[in-house]
Design a protein around this ligand. Structure first.
Ligand SMILES: N[C@@H](Cc1ccccc1)C(=O)O
Length: 477
């Protein structure tokens, strides 16, 4: 089977004549690369004979040219030594350390000098065959040199060697079959003009290695986000969304987070230069709950609750701001909702901290649910994500009681904490009129992704690291 290029070449060139690649490319009207490819394929099939000529050329280095014009270091030294013995120190003062070093080394090798307690004496006139060799190369790059001299000059870095290869070839046989050009590309033009009629089409040669193809694929992080989403959708949850910008009220106050809580400080939270008016019964009840517990049976945090602080706009620090608002609008059980989205905290960027990251938040509101349901649900989610061993450590959040921190076991890392969970306190649910118990959790999915992808640096998820992305399989797991 002959490719269109092989056929073209065989058709355009004469038998038994020697061609260079350049000549052949010009005569056949082909690119040089195509000619090269074709002749090697044709040679394999016995139609072409290839001759590769290899030769070397030499070129003087900058230093070589300098020595040629100014003389070799040893030549300079010799003329000095011819007059009398000289101390090395004296020579160095005149010619510099480097030159003297080179010159003495070479003269000693030739047995031309004797050095005794720092004094150099000329004992025989050396031959400067290097100079002649440099001259020869200077006038003819392909000049033949004695191997030993060549090695020496190369070692002294006075000349550079370059390898050349010239390929020429001869067609030694043309195939008997009629050399029909086959169509390799079926273009619209060929189809419309009917030029394809009566022609043959090129078969694919599946043995020819093809270019590596990098298919488009979904970013691994996005894939993990989708995987989380699927798990919750399959468990009957509704996905919800909310604004990045929230009044402190929904981010903190509604969650019974005291107004002097350290997490509300400027150094932890991004505050925006703006506020929204808050009104309604819920706001009033949240205020009363903060101040003295209202009717919840709690003592509250005491002090005066400031509506000014609650009005402040912040970049949400957790997606719990979204679930709690959703529950306030949908207070009747049953509710099962989740939110996967971006949150913001004033963090110093390092391998495991970013000022923006994503959380997987969820709530279950029902009358007859409890702590074990929460643990079972989270355990189930982690199992589905591929984490076998899950455990829960006691935790603390102002809005949940009890509170836990779920952890998964990862080989080589040990137990890794993945977020927080708990049951909303009545100080949270009652002022907002939420009827029933609320199981709630918020997980850091950047962490989850790092564990799943075996990454050491969280930042990698957000930079266009093409090499890394290409190295990951296009298909999940
Ligand atoms: N909001 C908590 C996580 C959490 C959510 C819900 C209940 C308990 C804890 C955090 O960002 O760390």
């Amino acid at each position: 089977m002959l490719s269109p290029f092989e056929i073209k070449l065989l058709k355009s060139l004469e038998k038994n004549r020697e061609y260079t690649i350049e000549d052949a490319a010009e005569i056949a009207g082909m690119k040089k690369d195509a000619v090269i490819k074709a002749i090697y394929l044709l040679a394999e099939k016995g139609f072409v004979e290839i001759e590769e000529k290899l030769w070397k050329e030499y070129e003087l280095t900058e230093e070589g040219i300098k020595y040629l014009t100014e003389g070799l270091p040893e030549e300079k030294l010799i003329s000095e030594l011819r007059e009398s013995k000289k101390s090395i120190k004296e020579l160095e003062e005149k010619f510099g350390k480097r030159l003297v070093g080179i010159a003495l080394g070479n003269l000693k090798k030739k047995g031309a000098i004797k050095i005794e307690s720092g004094v150099v004496e000329l004992i025989s006139e050396p031959q400067f065959y290097e100079k002649a060799a440099l001259e020869k190369i200077y006038s003819d790059r392909t000049a033949k040199l004695d191997e030993k001299i060549l090695r020496e000059l190369k070692k002294r870095k006075l000349l550079r060697e370059e390898q050349f290869k010239e390929v020429s070839f001869k067609i030694i046989r043309k195939p008997d079959i009629e050399l029909k050009e086959k169509i390799s590309d079926v273009t619209p033009e060929i189809l419309i003009s009917g030029a394809w009629k009566g022609k043959e089409f090129l078969e694919y040669d599946i043995r020819i290695p093809s270019k590596e193809v990098f298919t488009a694929k979904i970013h691994p992080y996005e894939r993990i986000i989708r995987e989380c989403r699927k798990i919750f959708l399959e468990m009957g949850f509704t996905e919800i969304k909310g604004h990045y910008i929230q009044p402190a009220f929904w981010n903190f106050d509604a969650l019974f987070q005291p107004q002097d809580h350290p997490a509300r400080e400027m150094q932890d939270t991004f505050y925006l230069d703006g506020y929204v008016e808050l009104e309604g019964d819920a706001v009033e009840r949240v205020k009363l709950t903060h101040e003295d517990g209202w009717v919840t049976g709690s003592r509250g945090w005491g002090g005066k609750w400031s509506p000014e602080k609650a009005k402040q706009l912040v970049l949400r620090t957790h997606t719990t701001a979204i679930t709690i608002h959703y529950l306030a609008l949908n207070p009747e059980p049953p509710v099962k909702a989740f939110c996967i989205d971006r949150v913001y905290r004033r963090e110093t960027i390092d391998a495991t901290h970013l000022p923006e990251f994503d959380q997987l938040e969820g709530v279950v509101l029902d009358r007859d649910v409890g702590f074990t349901d929460l643990l079972g649900l989270l355990r189930e989610f982690f199992h589905k994500m591929g984490f076998e061993d899950v455990r829960f450590r006691p935790g603390y959040f102002p809005y949940t009681e009890p509170s836990v921190e779920p952890e998964v076991y990862v080989d080589g890392l040990g137990w890794v904490e993945l977020g927080g969970a708990g049951i909303f306190r009545k100080e949270v649910t009652e002022p907002l009129g939420i009827k029933g118990k609320v199981l709630a959790w918020g997980l850091g999915i950047g962490r989850l992704a790092m564990l799943r992808l075996g990454m050491k640096d969280l930042r990698r998820l957000y930079i266009p690291d093409i090499g890394w992305l290409r190295s990951l399989p296009a298909i999940k797991r």
